[in-house]
Structures are given as structure tokens and as C-alpha cells.
Ligand binder design. Structure first.
Ligand SMILES: *Cc1c(COP(=O)(O)O)cnc(C)c1O
Length: 363
């Protein structure tokens, strides 16, 4: 044990540091990023604006211009939007404001790891509830164990619940009625993470008027292709949005990120092209993956696929890496022997398919 461990909070001793893979690769499919960088002229427009700003001064702490632009994109009032340094910061703010010591956070798992990690850091107790997985005539389906989740609902102390929609790492939506049933019976904040909204099109934003305790999480890291600039947002009713300002770091979003987000939102034609290209590549990739024996492909409404292998996933992961393709090994109950990989460009997807065929044939 390192000598400084005795200074660490006891409840954090078991936490392992989050260190995303940094293996060198030609095709990076491990983080669900967009495979398309911003076009050069759009980058130049961002830079032309950025360079006129005073780097020595703090920039807008409430991201007014971004919220105004998002209001147009979402068709909602700017006061119902809060902007953070990535959706990750939004998740942090939620658990800091609404979880913490003595509180509980309910997470249907497998899910995005930040929900659990940040909840623990906030001092809250985490309740992980496994998803159900069943095969129907239409294919595999992951669903919420509504009965089991509701058994953990408390009437006396407020709780927090995260629902990822569509779910990372499993890839698809849960039933809308199941989520509504959960929200209806819940005493606390329900956070619906719609990081992949643009690839599937379903949202709970239009339910905000029914539920004062609902918050929607979105990001610029996926279809908007700005993962490197760290910018995300929350949508909720004004009163709930006000609470975010109590826990946020004062100047949470850099001037560069704010300006980039605004300029990308002015170029929705480009975003729409990226969106269509990724969706069409996803459908193509799905058909090809399903044609490879030894792989179970789960349905996806996002920009990635979760696949289960008959042979060892560590072997497939390593062999793909040797061919220059970096994928992700999801952790937790239910995702044993699976890999998750993002939808790349059509060319990258071809290399992936060719590589998988070789690896599975040679095993
Ligand atoms: C990628 C992702 C995010 C986005 O995180 P950022 O911090 O905005 O990059 C949020 N939630 C889920 C489920 C994700 O997969």
C-alpha cells in the first residue's frame, strides 16, 4: 500500500482509478466517438472567434450563448438548460447535489461506469440492479427489472436513479412504459442519459412538464464530434436547473469549448450529414456482423455495438489490437465475454469485419 493511502477517505480505498486504454492503434473504436473530425473551414471559423477573445479573463460562467443556441436546437427555453464540462460533469453535479452521504443511487446495470464511480465519490450508497436479457422472435432484448428496482424505492429519503437511454454498453432503448412506471413511483431525481439521442431519436424531453424531478443528460461528444473539447448539458425544469449552479465549479466550461459548441450548432447541415452517415454505416455493419458465425450481436440504436463471442473475448480483443483495432471490454454482470466497439467510417468497418472473420476462422 502506498504511504499516502492512509490519508485517503476510507470509503474510497476500494475505488480503482479510471484509466481508459491508450494503446496505439490505427482504428480507435473503444470510446464511441464520432469517426469524423470537424471540417477544416469550421475549425477555422472557431479559431477566428477564439483568437479574438482575452485568454487572461474568465469566460461566461453560465454559457449563455451555448444555451441560447441549444434552445433553438431543442425547441426549449434556455433557462431549462445547464451546460457542463462534458456529460461527465453533469453526472458529477447530479450526485453532488442530490446523492451524497446517507443517500442511495439506483443504477440498472450494466451501465455507463461514471454513474457508480461518481456516486461513490459523493459518499452515496450504490444499488446496482441487473438488467433482464431475453430472446424474442424479433431478437435479443435487454430490459429494466421494474419489479426488482421498485423494491428498493424509499418513500422517506430522496434517492437518485440513472437510466441510460439508449443504454451504454448494451446499445438499445428500454421500454418507455417501464421507465414511466419507475418515474411515477420514485421519490428523488431521475436522470435519463440521452448521450446517443441523435442516433435513435427517442427522448424524454417532452415529458419534462409532467415531472419536476426529471433531468435529461446530453453531450457534444458523440454526433457533434467534440469529445476532445469536453462539453455536455442537462435539460430539466428551471427549479431543478437552479440547483446545478449550487454545486458547479465557477468557470466550468472553457471559452474554446463554448465557442466551438455554438459554431457547430450553426452548422447543423454538417451534423445531420454525420448523423446519417453513421446510422447508415451502423445498419450495414449490423448485417455483416450477423453473418459471422460465433458472434451474438445485440440490437443498437446508438453508434456502437455490443457483441458476445463464443470464444474468449480477451483473445479476440488482443488479436484485433494486433491488427490495429482498439475495442472495449465492458465490465460487470451480464456482459461476460462481450466486446463493445463504435461504428467507424465505412472503410474502418470493413477492416473490422475482415479482421473478425479472420480471427474467428483461425481460432
Ligand atoms: C459518451 C457518453 C457520455 C458523454 O460523456 P462526455 O463527458 O460528454 O464526453 C455520457 N453518457 C454516456 C452513457 C456516454 O456513453
Amino acid at each position: 500500500m502506498k504511504s499516502t493511502s492512509k490519508y485517503l477517505r476510507e470509503d474510497l480505498l476500494k475505488l480503482s482509478p479510471y484509466k481508459p486504454a491508450k494503446e496505439p492503434c490505427q482504428i480507435k473504436l473503444n470510446s464511441n466517438e464520432s469517426p469524423y473530425d470537424l471540417p477544416e473551414d469550421l475549425k477555422m471559423r472557431i479559431w477566428e472567434r477564439v483568437k479574438k477573445e482575452s485568454f487572461n479573463c474568465y469566460y461566461d460562467p453560465s454559457c449563455d450563448e451555448v444555451r441560447q443556441a441549444l434552445a433553438g436546437y431543442l425547441g426549449i427555453e434556455p433557462d431549462k438548460i445547464f451546460v457542463g464540462s462534458g456529460a461527465d460533469e453533469i453526472i458529477y453535479d447530479i450526485v453532488l447535489a442530490f446523492a451524497g452521504p446517507g443517500r442511495e443511487v439506483i443504477i440498472p446495470v450494466p451501465a455507463f461506469p461514471s454513474y457508480e464511480t461518481f456516486s461513490i465519490i459523493s459518499g452515496a450508497r450504490v444499488i446496482n440492479i441487473p438488467l433482464l436479457l431475453e430472446k424474442y422472435a424479433t431478437g435479443w432484448k435487454w430490459s429494466l427489472d421494474v419489479l426488482k428496482i421498485k423494491k428498493y424505492f424509499k418513500k422517506d429519503t430522496p434517492q437518485v436513479m440513472f437510466i441510460c437511454y439508449p443504454n451504454n454498453p448494451t446499445g438499445d432503448y428500454f421500454e418507455e412504459e417501464d421507465i414511466i412506471e419507475l418515474i411515477d413511483g420514485f421519490n428523488g431525481i431521475v436522470a435519463i442519459d440521452e448521450a446517443y439521442y441523435e442516433f435513435g431519436g427517442r427522448t424524454f424531453i417532452n415529458r419534462l412538464s409532467d415531472y419536476p424531478n426529471l433531468v435529461i443528460i446530453r453531450t457534444f461528444s458523440k454526433v457533434f464530434s467534440l469529445a476532445g473539447l469536453r462539453i455536455g448539458y442537462a435539460v430539466a425544469n428551471e427549479a431543478l436547473i437552479e440547483e446545478f449552479y449550487k454545486v458547479k465549479p465557477p468557470y466550468n466550461v472553457s471559452l474554446f469549448s463554448q465557442i466551438a459548441a455554438v459554431e457547430v450548432l450553426k452548422n447543423m447541415d454538417w451534423v445531420e450529414k454525420v448523423r446519417r452517415k453513421i446510422i447508415s454505416a451502423r445498419e450495414n455493419l449490423k448485417t455483416k456482423l450477423e453473418g459471422i458465425p460465433g458472434i451474438t450481436v445485440y440490437p443498437s440504436s446508438a453508434n456502437f455495438f455490443l457483441c458476445r463471442f463464443e470464444i474468449s473475448r480477451d483473445y479476440v480483443y488482443q488479436k484485433l489490437l494486433e491488427k490495429g483495432i482498439l475495442t472495449k471490454k465492458p465490465e460487470g454482470e451480464g456482459v461476460e465475454n462481450t466486446l463493445r466497439f463504435s461504428v467507424g467510417t465505412p472503410k474502418q468497418n470493413e477492416v473490422l469485419i475482415r479482421s473478425l472473420k479472420e480471427i474467428l476462422k483461425g481460432s
